[in-house]
Ligand binder design. Structure first.
Ligand SMILES: Cc1ncc(COP(=O)(O)O)c(C=O)c1O
Length: 390
């Protein structure tokens, strides 16, 4: 019989390659393959499955909503979108306005359109973003993405984007001038390898952009919704961006993105400036409300500390160190063997993500238990042994 992988390969465009595992179902932080194999999910569908799999509150919220009213379009208001926008603004503790999209890249497209409009209003034409930063795959978000391997072949782009080394505040200060409409930054670079900047970098970015009248856009698509132990990473860094973008963990597996403008940035769009048929659909909003009601930040901090301390206590020739924040870590290897680590982990019953040749991303569901963290920590040295040999 033809395997699911062969059928995938025959039916799909080759952009993802053929993934190494096929899953059928999940419960909490545990997932089962189509062949019945059990795994501990240590990467949460790329930091998306905040409540793990089949969380009763998410299942109930989504089931109830889809059975009541799934879609209205944005020509009609529905209660869930208003409740969700208000809930997010409450957690943000800052006056703002919300636009809902369906994904991270779309949230950033909205942010970019706000920045372009702001630039036209104030006579600014350039943008600044970080080398190796990732903001999405649609053309606007891609033009801000500083990863040459995924960006260059689709250029040139019609925007003047200047890339600066991430984490270097002096380089940022040099690049931002009175012509800069907006600076786009991740508070920790996710796709680059879960790379946090030096302490104080984002607050400096806030000072630099404010002093030149440029907007600061914080792309928290990967870092928000409790992932770092805070609702939003910027809350721990002591600054407020002009624009914040969210997606991934917000819907806990249902597609939703958000672009939030604070203060004057919340009213740059006028009627007709932007839109989305599905953005803010009732089912995704119901899912996001369930996520926000059920993420337990104290729990995240506790298990995150256990995971980090446990990893830091492991001494292994293939393990160089650990970086990241909260339940969003990269184990950094001494050699480019992340593919071997991912494969060895899978054989041992753990799903991890070979993010960079020398970095493994861990972004488990925020509901992962201490016992599950311990089981991974116990298995990790022999996973590294196997990867070092293999
Ligand atoms: C920081 C950041 N921005 C934007 C995106 C794009 O999000 P999406 O894949 O939902 O379009 C990602 C996805 O990895 C991301 O990590």
């Amino acid at each position: 019989m033809t395997s699911l992988f062969d059928r995938f390969e025959a039916a799909f465009m080759p952009n993802y390659g053929v993934p190494p595992v096929a899953l059928e179902r999940g419960e909490g932080s545990v997932v089962w393959g189509v062949d019945g194999t059990e795994y501990l999910d240590m990467f949460g569908g790329i930091a998306v499955s905040s409540l793990g799999h089949a969380h009763p509150a998410l299942v109930e919220a989504v089931s109830k909503q889809v059975a009541t009213l799934a879609h209205t379009s944005n020509l009609i208001v529905h209660p869930r979108e208003v409740e969700l926008a208000e809930k997010l603004l409450g957690l943000l503790k800052a006056p703002g306005r919300v636009f809902f999209a369906n994904s991270g890249t779309e949230a950033n497209e909205a942010a970019l359109k706000l920045a372009i409009k702001y630039g036209k209003q104030t006579g600014r034409t350039s943008f600044v973003a970080a080398e190796m930063g990732f903001h999405g795959r649609t053309l606007g978000a891609l033009s801000l993405t500083g990863k040459p391997s995924i960006r260059d072949q689709f250029g040139p782009f019609p925007l003047d984007v200047r890339f600066v080394p991430y984490g270097d505040a002096d380089a940022l200060a040099e690049a931002v001038d009175g012509d800069c409409a907006a600076v786009f930054l991740e508070p920790t670079q996710g796709e680059a390898g879960v790379v946090p900047p030096p302490d104080g970098y984002m607050a400096r970015a806030r000072e630099i952009t404010s002093s030149h009248g440029a907007l600061l856009v914080a792309d928290e698509i990967q870092s928000a919704i409790g992932r770092t132990g805070h609702w939003f990473a910027h809350q721990a860094d002591g600054y407020l961006p002009d624009i914040l973008t969210l997606a991934k963990g917000l819907g806990g597996g249902l597609p939703i993105g958000a672009c939030i403008g604070f203060g004057p940035a919340g009213t740059i769009f006028e009627k007709g400036d932007h839109g989305s048929t599905f953005g803010g659909n009732a089912v995704s909003c119901a899912a996001a409300l369930a996520v926000l009601d059920n993420v337990d930040l104290d729990h995240v901090r506790t298990v995150a500390a256990e995971l980090r301390e446990g990893l830091e206590a492991i001494s292994h020739p293939l393990l160089k160190g650990v970086r990241g924040r909260g339940l969003w870590l990269a184990t950094v290897l001494t050699e480019d063997r992340s593919a071997q680590v991912q494969a060895a982990a899978q054989r041992a019953g753990f799903l991890v993500n070979a993010l960079q040749p020398d970095a493994i991303r861990l972004a488990p569901p925020l509901v992962i238990t201490s016992a599950q963290v311990q089981s991974f920590l116990t298995a990790f040295p022999s996973i590294l042994d196997e990867a070092a040999d293999g």
